[in-house]
Design a binder for this molecule. Structure first.
Ligand code: ZN
Length: 245
């Protein structure tokens, strides 16, 4: 089975459509949260995911837009975008988002937004954080989002025979075969990449390998920026899309 693994779409429908076109054909969509927030089309993105029968988890921006998470710890731009989103989410989108769990186990994978230890807030961005999270999920592999950076942490054996965790920063078309070594993989962000590459980032999981393949996909950034400007979303959120930062 071929599964499109998407995270941090953040209301960016043109990026989502470009990613779906690139990953097709696929049999299922798994999403890792932050469907809304920052971008100008939260309702349209939710409707598209619902139409595709996507399964997955909620992110901190989704919870905040539903009024289920306080926004004090969000920075000013993120909070402004959450408030904008909360004021526009239609009842059908609210219901769909509200039904998402914080954690999901499916076909030998654990899906969370942040980390298995703290699905809402923790960023798995370093080896120590990854290592301390490896004992916090029961499946062999875990899929996370939240950092907006494509990355995989994988158990490895050190030269002295001890355990260590290796990090691989995937590029476009990087493919890996998953094995018994436990891993935490991040597809990167569809709607707001932050690794210096402005192209949308996503992953294709083939459960027959199983293999993971990362993709970077161009999308019409200027169209999204125009919609954001019309919506009067914060200027810094509009600018950052063109730098991928
Ligand atoms: Zn996010």
């Amino acid at each position: 089975m071929r599964i499109a693994v998407l995270s941090d779409i953040h209301g960016n429908l043109p990026a989502l459509e470009a990613v779906l076109a690139s990953l097709a054909p696929f049999d299922a969509v798994w999403q890792l949260g932050d469907i809304c927030g920052y971008g100008p089309q939260p309702n349209e993105v939710v409707a598209r995911l619902a139409e595709l029968g996507a399964i997955g988890v909620r992110g901190n921006h989704d919870a905040a837009a539903l009024g289920e998470l306080a926004t004090e710890t969000f920075n000013d731009d993120a909070r402004a975008a959450v408030e904008w989103t909360a004021g526009r989410l239609e009842p059908a989108a609210q219901r769909w988002l509200a039904a998402l769990p914080a954690r999901l186990e499916v076909d030998g994978f654990t899906l969370v937004h942040g980390s298995p230890r703290d699905p809402t807030w923790e960023y798995v961005y370093s080896v120590p954080v990854a290592r301390s999270n490896l004992s916090r999920f029961a499946t062999d592999h875990c899929l996370v989002g939240h950092t907006h950076v494509p990355l995989i942490f994988r158990e490895a054996v050190a030269h002295d025979g001890g355990a260590r965790v290796e990090t691989i920063a995937p590029d476009h078309r990087t493919a890996l075969t998953l094995d018994a070594r436990r891993s935490i993989a991040n597809p990167g962000s569809v709607g707001q990449p932050r690794d210096g590459d402005r192209r949308a980032s996503a992953m294709l999981l083939d459960t027959d390998g199983p293999t993971l393949e990362w993709r970077r996909i161009d999308y019409p950034i200027a169209d999204v920026q125009r919609m954001m400007a019309r919506a009067r979303l914060p200027a810094r959120l509009i600018t950052r899309l063109q730098f991928g930062l």
